[in-house]
Ligand binder design. Structure first.
Ligand code: F6R
Length: 612
């Protein structure tokens, strides 16, 4: 969703701002805009509906002067359609100030009525313009952009990151955040603000996270952070652990393809430094797990599927009750939370509003909170008691792939740490599981080698209108994930079911020729479960389904019943999902490509869902 960039420093704002927007493009947007103060102190703005290229073309046709201070924005429409007029920046104080916004100002109607009554005029249908006009009014009254900002944020309800510049104070950009992301980038004689570090990582890897309800002022040689009342705030500097090249497509045809091939590294890097002498070692969890007697995973989408796997693994290993909930449901059902409850949020972006709100809710009700997150400096880990970072590197494609396998890895490490604390697994058992986990990246590489075969299957199925996915036990979350990937990328109706549920209803969907992916558990793990899944396959085959089995190499029992077998290497029961999901990621990518769709930015979706 909306991407924000602010810059102050040298006379190269346009290059920095447009380059920054390019790097946050992956968040999803439908219009873009920029505002710059030129060296003579005049504010110029340009904005267009459509992709960044449209704005760039407009700037070529009607250039605006470059300057040393500016702000820019990619908008994902909420209030008002994606038009030139609704795009940001919005202007205030008779065009002397420009403002960009991410989030939703919930009381904008009330504020707009107040401003209209005072004779102010509006050029758009957005909630954002209300903030810009209000800021202009306050600037006139107070004569200082920072003071005006303080007055404005005190009036706003909802979630927001705001950045603004005023031509009478040309050497600063002022920003504020409540529940929406904003990070500072520290340069030499120049500073940056952005919704995430990707926007400025090519200029600096030194960053500072901005806390909740804080105002920041950047000038070329200074950065000041205060709370909304103006009191100095504690800041948390950090070094970005990846460089700009990591967020580039390189030679790959899509970010998604690049990121699937990074599945093995995402697992390996998440394990790095956390296994010591055959056991887990994670100082970042010190204290937060003591006395935990109940766990909730809260997350959305793919991250929730990772959490669902955590239910199986952690209950089995650590013998503690675990549940997974969609973050958006969790806080609306009055869950029982006690000081012994650990609420573990899972989020790639660290900014998903539903998940952030669930974490806040849990904290307010006295539960402990742990964030499994892939993005340093993001809101969710900052709002949590502890953070366990996944090290998948920047994930740019909207559909989550490598972050998913990194999340599962982190969850398994958490399960083993809990098992150690609670004495539910012996050191030898923990070591054996860790050996399995460490072997996953190598096995994933073998799965990646089957890409071409999966691509053939996908291209051959390009006209398919519906696909079902079945799995049991840890195969069930994999089925859910396979279906989600296909829906979001190929716009095909896809559903994941627990295979045992089939005869309780979904079997009615089976008609001749319908493709059904079945995640088959290893016969060496739970032979009984394996037998059950084979008999599920027979049931659907008998009704004409075309069965594509994802099964362990050498599982001969599946061969007579499956139309296609996509093999995965031998692995212990909890580690099969990390392998079985890879062909499903590839399948969705290839089917979408066969249909000529944009795999990196599927329609209607945003990478980081920063509104509720
Ligand atoms: C699916 C996908 C989404 C995200 C979900 C949560 O491919 O990417 O379902 O998993 O929106 O996002 P994060 O993990 O950033 O909280």
């Amino acid at each position: 969703m909306c991407g924000i960039v602010g810059y102050v420093g040298r006379e190269r704002s346009l290059e920095v701002l447009l380059g920054g927007l390019k790097r946050v493009e992956y968040r999803g947007y439908d219009s873009a805009g920029v505002a710059v103060i030129d060296p003579s102190g005049v504010l110029h703005a340009a904005k267009r509906a459509g992709k960044l290229g449209v704005l760039e073309d407009a700037l070529r046709a009607h250039p605006i002067p470059d300057g040393a201070t500016g702000i820019a924005h990619t908008r994902w429409a909420t209030h008002g359609g994606p038009t030139d007029g609704n795009a940001h920046p919005h202007l205030g104080d008779d065009g002397r100030l420009a403002l960009v916004h991410n989030g939703i100002i919930e009381n904008f109607t009330e504020l707009k009525t107040e401003l209209l009554a005072e004779g102010f005029e509006f050029a758009s249908e957005t909630d954002t313009e209300v903030a810009a006009v209000l800021l202009g009014r306050e600037y006139r009254r107070l004569g200082s952009l920072v003071e005006a900002f303080r007055a404005v944020v005190g009036r706003l309800e909802g979630a927001f990151t705001l950045l603004a510049v005023h031509q009478d104070e040309p050497g600063i950009v002022v920003g504020a955040r409540r529940n929406s992301p904003l990070v500072i980038g520290l340069g030499e004689g120049e500073n940056f603000l952005a919704s995430d570090v990707a926007a400025f990582v090519e200029h600096t890897r030194k960053a500072v996270a901005i806390g909740q309800d804080q105002i920041v002022v950047i000038a070329p040689d200074s950065v000041t952070v205060t709370d909304f009342a103006g009191n100095p705030a504690e800041v948390e500097p950090f070094d970005v652990t990846w460089d700009a090249a990591a967020a580039d497509k390189g030679g790959w045809s899509s970010f998604m393809l690049k990121e699937i091939t990074e599945d093995p590294t995402a697992v390996a890097d998440t394990l790095l430094g956390r296994v010591h002498e055959g056991d887990v070692r994670m100082p970042e969890l010190d204290g937060v797990l003591d006395g935990v007697d109940r766990i909730f995973f809260v997350a959305a989408g793919t991250a929730a599927h990772a959490g669902r796997l955590g239910v199986y693994a952690i209950e089995k290993w650590a013998r503690v009750p675990v549940d997974v909930e969609f973050a958006h449901e969790f806080r609306y059902r009055d869950p029982i939370l006690t000081p012994g409850t650990l609420v573990v949020s899972i989020s790639q972006s660290g900014e998903t509003m539903d998940t952030l709100m669930a974490v806040k809710y849990a904290r307010e009700r006295g539960a402990r909170t742990l964030s499994i997150c892939n993005t340093q400096g993001s809101s969710i880990p900052r709002e949590s008691d502890a953070a366990l970072y996944t090290h998948a590197g920047p994930e740019v494609a909207v559909a989550s792939t490598k972050a998913f396998v990194a999340q599962i890895t982190a969850i398994y490490l958490l399960g083993l740490e809990l098992a150690k604390l609670r004495g539910t697994l012996t050191a030898a058992e923990r070591q054996a599981l860790l050996v399995e986990l460490q072997a996953v990246p190598g096995k994933m590489l073998q799965v990646l080698e089957t890409h071409e075969r999966i691509a053939e299957l996908a291209h051959w199925m390009a006209d398919t209108r519906a696909v079902l996915f079945l799995g049991r036990h840890v195969g069930y979350p994999v089925a859910l994930e396979g279906a989600l990937k296909l829906k979001e990328l190929a716009y095909i109706h896809a559903e994941g079911f627990p295979a045992g549920e089939l005869k309780h209803g979904p079997i009615a969907l089976i008609e001749p020729g319908i493709p059904v992916f079945v995640v088959v558990p290893s016969p060496r793990g739970d032979a009984e479960l394996h037998k059950k899944v084979i008999s599920n396959i027979q049931e659907i085959r008998a009704r004409g389904a075309r069965v594509i089995a994802i099964a362990e190499l050498g599982d001969v029992a599946v061969l007579p019943f499956a139309d296609e077998v996509l093999p995965i290497p031998l692995a212990g029961p909890f580690f099969e999902p990390l392998l079985a999901v890879v062909p499903l990621q590839i399948f969705a990518l290839e089917l979408a490509s066969a249909k000529g769709l944009d795999v990196d930015q599927p329609r209607n979706l945003a990478k980081s869902v920063t509104v509720e």
